[in-house]
Design a protein around this ligand. Structure first.
Ligand SMILES: Cc1cc2nc3c(=O)[nH]c(=O)nc-3n(C[C@H](O)[C@H](O)[C@H](O)COP(=O)(O)OP(=O)(O)OC[C@H]3O[C@@H](n4cnc5c(N)ncnc54)[C@H](O)[C@@H]3O)c2cc1C
Length: 413
């Protein structure tokens, strides 16, 4: 089949690569180059442990504070509050314990096979060197602080995530740069990361091109369809692209196109920021998640990346780089000896659903269109397994993962 893939972020690229393995012809449609949107600057963590949703029990108590602190870890720009309020309400309704267990169980299914789903793609692309399996350390100021997050960690353990408590002495042995600030840690030894998320995306894309993928640099505007069958993708300022099937992997920009193929999907963007310290003089070996600081720290090949922050302000508002400055300040608190003389900053649009689950499945109103978007905070983690499952669906096979929680129809009511 000729399959048009709308979006060449990590989800579109990984999906294309899995489809090519089945013998399909792939046509990428995107005005941007591969991995130039959200897949460019994320924290690069590849974590089978990252199955918890963003909305956790008790979060509702923090809403008033979010609204008052424009530079806090989670903020809403005041003018965007009425736009996002219904979405936030749904988000909070998914944050009770029963929902969190349901969501985490589904996400664990998607994330457990991260490495088995990436490896064949990266091996073929000659890009295995961009993926490491060095583990992630969740770090805390002390054991008492860690107890605040114990329920979530217990849920991860119940779902089969390997986690090991690490006392202060061992923590300093594992990561001498953490000395003095952190007295307790939890090691997720199975976790990995990428040394460069943009290069990983571009590596898979380049291999798809070598394997015959066509590339159309234009924005998709809609579909030619009749009788529930899509026959072409229509483009902005370019000729239609005829196809036998289409995968919508447009990240945070997918909602309008998805609406043409099914009921409305409440896709929102949680904007996030990074600072990359190019003058990095630390010797970190693990990804470090400073839980109380809400900060992920990852040693990458271009420097030490500090990433985090959630900002609700839609798809078009200019970045507020004071939020990146806050990330750097937190990094300096964690590592007072960090050389911060050379840094770069960035903002990206996480594609998010109120239940923190992506949308993976056949489009409700077209038999040859599939949705693969909305991976929120874990799109690098979930892209390759999403790609494998889309290939299963296109082939008419039973998916290897239970996809029911990701159904595109779940918001229809
Ligand atoms: C600060 C930050 C840190 C993060 N850290 C991590 C992490 O450590 N681990 C992790 O797993 N995830 C992380 N994420 C999340 C991850 O980056 C995203 O989930 C992932 O990049 C989404 O990939 P995507 O392919 O869906 O979207 P994108 O990479 O945004 O790609 C979407 C593509 O679709 C194209 N497109 C959109 N509309 C159209 C259209 N109409 N026609 C044609 N093309 C279109 C866009 O141009 C774009 O190229 C982080 C995100 C942020 C912001």
């Amino acid at each position: 089949m000729r399959i048009a893939i709308i979006g060449n972020g990590i989800v579109g690229c990984a999906t294309a690569a899995w489809l090519q393995r089945e013998g399909h012809q792939v046509i990428f449609i995107d005005p941007l180059g591969p991995g130039e949107a959200t897949s460019f600057g994320n924290a690069g963590s590849l974590s089978p442990s990252a199955c918890l949703p963003v909305g956790m029990p008790g979060m509702w108590k923090k809403v008033p504070k979010w609204l008052l602190d424009p530079l806090g870890p989670l903020s809403v720009r005041w003018w965007y509050t009425p736009v996002v309020a219904p979405w936030l309400w749904r988000f909070l309704r998914h944050s009770n314990r029963d929902e969190v267990v349901r969501i985490a169980t589904a996400m664990r299914g998607l994330l457990a096979p991260i490495f088995e789903c990436y490896e064949p793609l990266l091996q073929r692309a000659g890009a295995m060197g961009l993926m490491t399996r060095s583990g992630c350390l969740y770090v805390y100021s002390g054991e008492a602080a860690a107890r605040q997050w114990a329920w979530g960690m217990g849920l991860r353990r119940n779902l089969g995530v390997e986690l090991r408590d690490v006392g202060e002495e061992e923590l300093v042995n594992l990561e001498p740069d953490l000395k003095g600030r952190f007295r307790f840690g939890i090691l997720a030894p199975e976790n990995g990361s990428t040394l460069d998320p943009a290069a990983l995306t571009q590596g898979i894309f380049a291999q798809c091109e070598r394997d015959g993928a066509r590339v159309v640099r234009a924005r998709a505007t809609g579909f030619r369809q009749s009788g529930g069958v899509v026959s072409a993708v229509t483009l902005d300022g370019a000729e239609d692209v005829p196809c036998d099937g289409v995968v919508l992997a447009g990240g945070a920009w997918s909602a309008r196109l998805a609406r043409l193929l099914g009921p409305a999907i409440p896709l929102e963007t949680q904007r996030g920021y990074h600072v990359t310290v190019q003058s990095n003089n630390l010797g970190l070996r693990h990804t470090v998640m400073a839980v109380e600081h809400n900060l992920m720290v990852n040693p990458m090949r271009m420097g030490l990346r500090l990433a985090g922050s959630v900002e609700f302000a839609g798809l078009t508002a200019a970045p507020d780089y004071r939020r990146a400055a806050v990330l750097l300040e937190r990094g300096q608190e964690m590592f007072p000896h960090l050389d911060t003389s050379r840094t770069t900053e960035w903002m990206g649009h996480r594609p998010c659903l109120p239940d923190s689950l992506p949308v993976i499945g056949r489009a409700p109103r077209a038999e040859n269109a599939w949705f693969a978007f909305g991976h929120g905070h874990v799109g690098m983690c979930g892209a390759a397994s999403t790609g494998r499952e889309i290939a299963n669906l296109v082939a008419g096979r039973v998916p290897q993962i239970d996809l029911s929680a990701f159904a595109p129809t779940r918001f229809a009511a």
